[in-house]
Design a protein. Sequence first.
Length: 367
Amino acid sequence: MAVISPSRRLRRTPFSDGVEAAGVKSYTVYNRMLLPTMFESVQADYRHLKDHVQVWDVSVERQVELRGPDATRLMQMLTPRDLRRMLPGQCYYVPIVDETGGMLNDPVAVKLSEDRWWISIADSDLLLWVKGIANGYRLDVLVDEPDISPLGVQGPKAEELVARVFGDRVRDIRFFRFDMFQYEGRDLAIARSGYSKQGGFEIYVDGTEIGMPLWNELFAAGEDLNVRAGCPNAIERVEGGLLSYGNDMTDDNTPHECGLGRFCDTQTAIGCIGRDALLRVAKEGPVQQIRPIAIDGDAVPACDRAWPIFGNGKKVGQVTSAAWSPDFGTNVSIGMIRMTHWEPGTRLEVETPEGMRGATVQDAFWL
C-alpha cells in the first residue's frame, strides 16, 4: 500500500512523538493532520478500549474560536439548536447547516463565556464558512483557529486515570460539561465527553509545549490501569451509532435525515441561516434517514465507499460504515434508507465488494 509523504501541510500534533513511540500502525488524514486509526489491530484496540483505558491524540478536532460581542449571535446563526439557555461550562452537540439546511459539520460547541466559544469540529473547512458569515454580516467578532489540541482519555478506567493527574474534582464533571484545571501554569478545559460510548474525558491542551509532558504523566499514572495509546475505533463507533461527517453524512443531508432532529429547535432558533429550509423539512418529514443495519454472514471488508442497499430489487439506500462486531457476533453498519424500507425488521440486500448480502434493519444501535 502507498504511504503518505510528510510535509508541513500535513501538520504534526503536540503528541505525535508519543503516538509514534507507542507503535502506531496506521493513520488517516483529518483536517490536514494525522489521526491514528490503529495501534495493535482494530480488533485488539477495540477489546482494550472496552476493558481498560486509552489515551487518544485527537488534535485533529480543531477549534474554531468565536470571540467578541457578537460571538453568541454568530454561534446561533450557524446551528438550528436553540442556544439561549446554554450556560458557560456546558458543551452542546450542534448540527451546523448551510442556507439549504444541509449539514456542514456536527461539532461540539464549548461555551467558555458569553462572548467566547470554541467549536470543536469534525473533518471539514468550517473555519472558512464561519469567517464568511461573520464578515458578510459585519459582525463584531474575531473568528480564528486557536492553538488548542484535544487529548482524549477513554474507557471504563478513564475517570480514575484523569483524577490521578488532575485531582478528584474531575469526578464532579457531568456529561457534556467542562471545568478548568491548572497544569504546568496553563488553564486547561477538561470535558466529560469523547468519540466513544465507553465514557471518558477530553483535555483541551493549550499550546504545544505541555503536550508530551502531559502525555507522559498520564502513562506513568496509569501503568497499573493497563493504559495504552489508542484512537477512535471503527468497530465501537458503529456499534454506538456515532456518526462520521463525510462518511455517514454530507452537505446533501439534513439533520433530520441524520437522525439529529432532536438537536434542532427550528421554531425557536431565531437567526439560524438554514432555519427556513429546515422548517419545511420538519413539517414534511424526511424521506430517508440513518438506520442501524445488521449484515448477514462472515466479516465484511472495510467500507471505503458507499454500498448500495436494495429492497425488492430496487435501490433504497446505502451503507456508509460497516464492521464485524466481536461482541455482537454480526456485521454492524450505519445506512441511509428510504422511508419505505426503514422499519425495524425489514429485510434488505446490501451490495458489498464481495457480493450481495442479506441484511436487517435494527430498532436501535448496539450500544
